[in-house]
Structures are given as C-alpha cells and as structure tokens.
Design a protein around this ligand. Structure first.
Ligand code: CMP
Length: 143
C-alpha cells in the first residue's frame, strides 16, 4: 500500500493544529501507521531539505523547522501521496484554496503548517530519514 511522509511543522504544533490535521486525514479514509512528536536535529533538517540547499531561504528554512517540536507521521492508502498534497494545498498559503489545510490555516510561505512528500521517491527517502524503518505498524482494514 502506498505510504507518504507528512509533518506538522513547528507553527502548526504551536497553534494546536495537530488534532485538526490528523482528523482531516482520518476522515478522508487514510490510515496512520506511524507518528512521533520530535525536535529535529539540525543535520536531519539539512538532509531532509537537501534539495533546497542552494536556495536563498535555506538557512531560514532549517532554522524554522528546528525551532520547536514537529509532529512527524506516516500515512498509507491508495494514492495517498498525491491526495495528501491536494488536501494540504499550494506551498504558498496565499495561493492555497479554501478547504485545504494551508488555505484554511496559513498566511505566509515560510510558515505553511505542514510538509508532505511530493513523489514516491521523496516519500521513501523521507520515511527512511525520519523513521529508519522503525515504529511503523501494519494493519488491514476493509473500510
Ligand atoms: P515544504 O513543502 O516543507 O518544502 C520546502 C519549504 O520551503 C516549503 O514547504 C516552504 O515552507 C519553504 N519555502 C518555500 N519558499 C520559501 C521562501 N521564499 N521563503 C521561506 N521559505 C520558503
């Protein structure tokens, strides 16, 4: 079954949006197979966002994602990678439509509430980085 990596960023955690966000993916019908509240070490942040290391905002991005606890999750379900991205909305909350997580709760691109893998390759890489194959459950449900 397809899996994706989703993470409530420090702004989402501090604004008490973990429950709201988990609830949206639960109600959609996806299955939560791993979750942890954690403080990201700088090296992990740099590796996770490695593809952005030449961008002018890289330092700001790493500082922000390590500024407080995040809620890291693995979700599974059919087409979960693309559907979760739709549910999150556009990267910049100003472009995210109402009804999406960023459209409903975000204002600026640097504090856009949630991260989600953008492809099967990213999902595999990010799940590996954050969960290292540990702490994931397996279960079947026919609903
Ligand atoms: P995310 O999906 O976590 O992946 C990369 C992140 O970089 C993105 O969400 C944004 O939060 C952040 N980002 C993109 N553009 C900018 C920017 N111009 N300034 C600060 N952060 C940015």
């Amino acid at each position: 079954m397809e899996k994706t990596f989703l993470m409530v960023k420090p702004d989402g955690v501090q604004r008490n949006l973990i429950g709201e966000i988990v609830s949206r993916f639960e109600r959609k019908g996806f299955q939560l197979v791993g979750a942890k509240l954690m403080q990201i070490p700088t090296e992990l942040a740099q590796e996770h966002y490695g593809e952005h290391k030449e961008r002018p905002f890289f330092g700001e991005l790493v500082d922000f994602i390590t500024s407080g606890p995040v809620f890291a999750m693995v979700w599974q379900g059919e087409n979960v990678i693309a559907t979760a991205r739709q549910m999150m909305g556009a990267t910049n909350p100003k472009d995210a439509i109402t009804g999406t997580i960023r459209g409903d709760f975000g204002v600026i691109v640097g504090k856009n509430i949630i991260h989600g893998s953008d492809s099967p390759e990213s999902a595999e890489r990010e799940i590996g980085l954050f969960f290292k194959g540990e702490g994931l459950v397996e279960y079947k449900r026919d609903v």
